[in-house]
Design a protein around this ligand. Structure first.
Ligand SMILES: NC(=O)C1=CN([C@@H]2O[C@H](COP(=O)(O)OP(=O)(O)OC[C@H]3O[C@@H](n4cnc5c(N)ncnc54)[C@H](O)[C@@H]3O)[C@@H](O)[C@H]2O)C=CC1
Ligand SMILES: O=C(O)C1=NCCCC1
Length: 313
């Protein structure tokens, strides 16, 4: 008999996700990745296909995880000018690692939203002041909500600020958060005295300057996923303690690292493994490029288990 193929829509995937469980899995994934070969993961650098003719690009990310016994590929687009379609369309294919056969195809947009925010939350848990009360988010798209929801699992913020280049978009995002927050007219106003700052924009030039940031603040920067693009000013990168998800990927894929020529202190996985210090009393930047498909992979395997249960109900 032919093995069956599960096809999961965005709604199906949403029903399967439990953010707290995913956060635990992602922490293991980051730690395994930073152990190198001992971590039991295979995760080559992702393939980037420029589609300049249509102002877009596509990333193809494949990985195998021994811990989860899972093999998967995620394809994600980056079309920042899309208006009625997602700016990051994505699909994930899950394979049987025993024989390589395709088991499931699922929407990847919900997983991308959750995974990215939760990884920034894990970085914040290690690198931000544990008593953090003020959160600033620059950018008000999908990752604004993703980051707010993920960080709210760990912190009880009493002041949340949002800024976006387009203020109407920030106002819409603010209403969606389900918690009072302040829409700011400048990025400088939004980040004043903030304990944690998330930059989640599609900008190609810096939106955050060193002089605006409170010493000891923690910054999660997830945009600028092109070698010539920057989200953070070079001076800010050079004067902060910089952590990344993957040194290999960060050094090839983001102008925040390449252009600033900053020193990378550690991968966040090395902090989780106890190999490097969490210097949370200093100003820290977690530069995420989302390169780690194996993180997604763990997500996927987890979903697959739930999908199985779900299909039994
Ligand atoms: N590191 C990672 O793992 C991941 C990174 N990303 C990146 O994170 C960023 C945000 O992703 P989404 O929220 O999904 O995208 P989105 O398209 O939903 O939102 C992008 C936001 O950036 C704003 N923006 C556009 N140009 C700007 C400019 N010049 N200055 C300031 N803001 C500007 C837009 O108005 C919008 O609010 C993107 O750069 C994306 O490629 C997305 C997913 C994973
Ligand atoms: O890892 C991801 O997912 C993405 N990374 C870079 C930008 C597109 C989405």
């Amino acid at each position: 008999m032919e093995p069956s193929l599960d096809i999961l829509s965005k709604e199906d995937v949403k029903k399967c996700i439990n953010a707290e469980v995913l956060m635990e899995k992602l922490e293991f994934a980051l730690a395994d990745y930073s152990k190198g070969e001992d971590g039991g993961t295979q995760q080559p650098l992702r393939l980037t296909i420029p589609v300049d003719h249509y102002k877009g690009r596509q990333f193809v990310m494949s990985a195998f995880s021994q811990r989860e016994n899972a093999l998967a590929t995620k394809v994600v687009g980056f079309y920042p000018e899309n208006k009625d379609e997602p700016t990051h369309p994505s699909d994930i294919m899950l394979y049987n690692p025993l024989n390589g056969s395709l088991q499931a195809i699922m929407d990847g947009t919900v997983i991308t939203e959750y995974r990215t925010g939760l990884v920034s939350a894990i970085a914040s848990k290690h690198l931000a002041n544990p008593t953090s009360k003020i959160l600033a988010i620059l950018g008000s798209g999908v990752q604004c909500t993703g980051h707010f929801n993920a960080l709210s699992l760990l912190y009880n913020f009493d002041d949340v600020r949002i800024w976006n280049i387009n203020i109407q978009s920030a106002e819409i995002a603010a209403k969606k958060l389900g918690k009072p927050c302040r829409v700011c007219t400048t990025a400088e106003e939004a980040v004043k005295d903030a304990d944690i700052i998330c930059t989640v924009t599609s900008t190609s030039t810096p939106v955050l300057n060193k002089d605006w940031v409170k010493p000891g603040c923690h910054i999660n920067s997830v945009g600028a996923v092109k070698p010539k693009w920057q989200e953070l000013e070079s001076d800010l990168m050079r004067s902060s303690v910089v952590y990344v998800d993957s040194k290999e990927a960060a050094c090839q894929e983001t102008g925040d690292i390449i252009i600033s020529k900053c020193e990378i202190y550690a991968e966040i996985g090395e902090v989780i493994n106890g190999q490097k210090e969490a210097r949370w009393h200093e100003t820290t930047v977690f530069k995420s490029v989302g390169k780690l498909s194996h993180k997604k992979y763990i997500f996927i395997k987890y979903l697959n288990k739930l999908i199985y249960l779900y299909s039994q109900l």
